[in-house]
Design a protein around this ligand. Structure first.
Ligand code: PMV
Length: 304
């Protein structure tokens, strides 16, 4: 039996903008998807998806998941049938890198089962192939976090740079419970970007400037500034129409309860938001406020 894992992630700055070469900042979180793989008799693969998930997520993603496994097998040159088990403490939902975490975990587990000695870079490339089934033309930020972990500065096509902070910091991730389609969200931005060129060019310039400011604030662990920049980033994401009323509501709840900053995270149109909540006490306060409104709140950290 081969075994592998992949981290979940949170995009702190510039999801969507990253697709067009603008720098983004993301971090792995301390939640993982674990895959186990065994050679078996039959055709292609058998999957047992035992991950905890937002209701409807697995059904909605089933076809993409199947295509993703076929892509991973092809990229690894595996023709045998394989049986796959997925589990772990990362709840499968939109916006938390669940698909990338599973691609990384499956690629590592296959490599382990077939005795392939692959580097993390090679695993990352294979996970990227798998991600294409979910995203169409992914930036690669999700699989990079899933494979390598840590806090990363990412530019599409150029790869990642690790950002080191002295100590992990608490965040809360609130789940709208809406299963979102990243492919559709990305396509929508592309269409509007062409239609409203001038407006979008201006927003994209602001996002680029914000990335460099956020990088400095993070490295200085200046949480007040990081929070303010997250709020600004959320506004830009609202302007390109990838937020939704449930995400905006959870952002408001987090800010009203003392979060330093809050924004949607990932593809948007549902899925997760993230709030910066340094210290256990503030984290608990914000998480409880989100739960009181009837939403799932994940307490985790960035910079692990
Ligand atoms: O929805 P998620 O968690 O898979 O994140 C998607 C991030 C995007 O920037 C919208 C797309 C991408 O490929 O980077």
């Amino acid at each position: 039996m081969g075994k592998g894992y992949g981290y979940g992630k949170v995009i702190l700055f510039n999801e969507h903008f990253v697709v067009y070469g603008i720098p983004a900042i993301a971090s792995a979180i301390d939640k993982k998807t674990v895959a186990e793989v065994k050679k078996c008799k039959g055709k292609d693969f058998i999957i047992h998806d035992n991950r905890d998930a937002t209701p409807g997520y697995k059904e909605e993603k089933l076809e993409q998941q199947k295509e993703s496994i076929i892509r991973i097998k092809k990229a690894m040159g595996i023709e045998d049938c394989i049986e796959i088990w997925l589990h772990g403490d990362l709840k499968a939902a939109s916006g938390i890198g669940a698909s990338a975490a599973s691609c990384a975990a499956i690629a590592k587990a296959i490599a382990d089962e077939f005795g392939m000695n692959l580097s993390d870079e090679e695993i990352n490339e294979i996970a990227y192939e798998g991600e294409k089934a979910y995203h169409g033309n992914p930036s690669g930020i999700d699989n990079t976090c899933a494979v390598f972990g840590g806090l990363v500065w990412f530019i599409k096509g150029k790869g990642m740079e690790r950002l080191k902070i002295e100590k992990p910091v608490e965040i809360v991730m609130g789940d709208t419970g809406i299963v979102a389609n990243t492919k559709k969200a990305v396509a929508g931005v592309r269409e509007r970007k062409e239609r409203y060129k001038e407006k979008y060019d201006k927003i994209f310039k602001e996002a680029e400037k914000l990335a460099y400011e956020a990088r400095n604030a993070l490295l200085e662990m200046d949480w007040k500034s990081v929070g303010e920049l997250m709020n600004k980033n959320h506004k830009l994401l609202q302007e390109i129409e990838v937020s939704c009323k449930e995400l905006d509501f959870l952002v408001e709840v987090a800010l009203e309860n003392g979060a330093y900053g809050a924004k949607m995270t990932g593809g948007g149109l549902g899925g997760y938001m993230v709030a910066l909540t340094p210290g256990k006490e503030l984290q608990e306060k914000v998480a409880k406020a989100i739960e009181k409104e009837g939403f799932y709140a994940l307490r985790t950290k960035i910079g692990i």
